[in-house]
Ligand binder design. Sequence first.
Ligand SMILES: Nc1ncnc2c1ncn2[C@@H]1O[C@H](COP(=O)(O)OP(=O)(O)OP(=O)(O)O)[C@@H](O)[C@H]1O
Ligand SMILES: [Mg+2]
Length: 229
Amino acid sequence: MESILNIRNVSKIYQSAGRELTVLNNVNFSIDAGSTVAITGPSGSGKTTLLGLCAGLDRASTGSVELNGVVLDKLSEDERAAVRNQYVGFIFQNFQLLPTLTALENVMVPLELRGAKNIKSHALELLDKVGLADRGHHYPVQLSGGEQQRVSLARAFSNKPALLFADEPTGNLDAETSEKIIKLLFDLNKDAGTTLVIVTHDPDLAARTNRVIKMKGGLIIADENPSYA
Ligand SMILES: Nc1ncnc2c1ncn2[C@@H]1O[C@H](COP(=O)(O)OP(=O)(O)OP(=O)(O)O)[C@@H](O)[C@H]1O
Ligand SMILES: [Mg+2]
């Protein structure tokens, strides 16, 4: 099975108050194209940091990150942004929609950055898929949490990402809404054939993935089905 993400000897060290804080300590793993992976672990164990490095949002202190055949280590901020736009979708716990744009415009952003064609009709199609066809003109503040997360799902899938990262996508939602978002996430994922990497505290969500990576104190302490194929 071909791997789409290779993490080699990756560490992240922060300098704070003259001290070094090792947040990720020599992490290694690969993820197969098309698989679904959950990353779990206690608060502060380095999950969000790791996801940010994998997605090219941030840079490792040492080690190497290879995403869909592109080595990110020596790329500039702008070059990483270009790689993200081409290959990566990201879903945040707190949705992170742009407040000055409508739901429809938020979904259109990655498509515009890419210079895609038929942007508006494609974005409307995506809003329809997440059940918000009639809410395109609403601003994020006019939408509930679950609705905002549905918009962010539509946005994340809009540029048909090879890899989709989600950081506690149901962390701010009630149980019933979470269940709907999880179903939508896996349905959209099935349609798109995307590789999915999800940080979650939710055992129901982790149980639906092919593989669970457990972290503690900046280390991987367990990895079920590491070579899922
Ligand atoms: N910019 C930074 N400077 C210094 N320390 C940081 C910085 N960002 C994160 N950390 C520290 O790195 C550690 C890991 O943080 P991270 O956000 O990756 O944890 P997490 O596993 O996602 O936790 P949670 O489940 O609470 O979201 C924490 O101790 C945090 O305080
Ligand atoms: Mg986190």
